[in-house]
Ligand binder design. Structure first.
Ligand code: ZN
Ligand code: FE
Length: 258
């Protein structure tokens, strides 16, 4: 299987998965880069997986469906271009011979879903849209509460450590700089930031990350670490002791972080 991020807009990655003949694409906000890739590699698009309703994730759905006849899968509780097969937590779909389990991960939007494949070429794979960002970030709370996002991130954190995390935006360095502000003494984070800066300087992609890696460096998955909670309280002294309050402070802090 080939797993390819197709750059779109400013900082989106449209993930394409193909076996040399048949392909699927996740969150095609723009049809153009997908059509170009299909044509160049002689691929047939079989399915479009949508995680949530934002325009930068669904903008290309209609055009791709028209051009290829691909089947569209999407969140049951959100408005995305019809017809689509509506999915919610506990559902499973099989595309390109791979089984994807559907997880409800509300927070960024109210009906956001993620697609988890337990074995793709021997390792698990996650398409998580705008829920978790590698590295060191998470989606903004447009429609959900901090408590919802914490429980969604917890759900993702229980997936196997080797799970490759395919998210939609690569704000990598800015996320990592925020993570460093939260945990200046996290040696693994500092080391990883250096490596990413090197890759970035050579214009090389740094995706995908893994669940294991994110658990070590992503402050939004580390709200129960005492150092992270302390940093949140140092930033906003009104922060309560619980992990949802710590998360809320981090999210607010990140919104203002430059
Ligand atoms: Zn979004
Ligand atoms: Fe997005």
């Amino acid at each position: 299987m080939n797993l390819i991020p197709l750059p779109a807009f400013q900082d989106n990655d449209l993930w394409m998965l193909h076996d040399g003949r048949r392909a699927l694409v996740v969150d095609p906000g723009d049809a153009q880069p997908v059509l170009a890739c299909l044509q160049r590699d002689g691929l047939q698009l079989e399915a479009i997986l949508v995680t949530h309703h934002h325009p930068d994730h669904i903008g290309g759905v209609e055009a791709l469906r028209e051009a290829t006849g691909a089947v569209v899968y999407g969140p049951a509780r959100e408005r995305v271009p019809q017809p689509q097969i509506r999915l919610a937590d506990g559902d499973a779909v099989t595309v390109l011979g791979l089984r994807f389990d559907v997880l409800d991960v509300p927070g960024h939007t109210a009906g956001h879903i993620a697609y988890y494949c337990a074995a793709m070429d021997g390792a698990p794979l996650l398409f998580c849209g705008d829920t978790l960002f590698s590295s060191g970030g998470c989606g903004r709370l447009f429609e959900g509460t901090p408590a919802q996002m914490v429980s969604s991130l917890d759900k993702l954190a229980t997936l196997p450590g080797a799970t490759r995390v395919c998210c939609t935006h690569e704000y990598k360095l800015s996320n990592l700089k925020f993570a460093r502000a939260v945990e200046p003494h996290n040696a693994e984070l500092i080391h990883y930031l250096q490596r990413c800066e090197e890759l970035h300087a050579q214009h090389l992609p740094t995706l995908p990350s893994t669940i294991e890696q994110e658990k070590r460096i992503n402050p939004f998955l580390r709200t129960r670490q005492s150092g992270v909670a302390q940093a949140a309280r140092a930033h906003d002294s009104a922060t309560q002791q619980d992990d949802v309050a710590v998360f809320a402070t981090l999210r607010q802090w990140k919104n203002e972080f430059k």
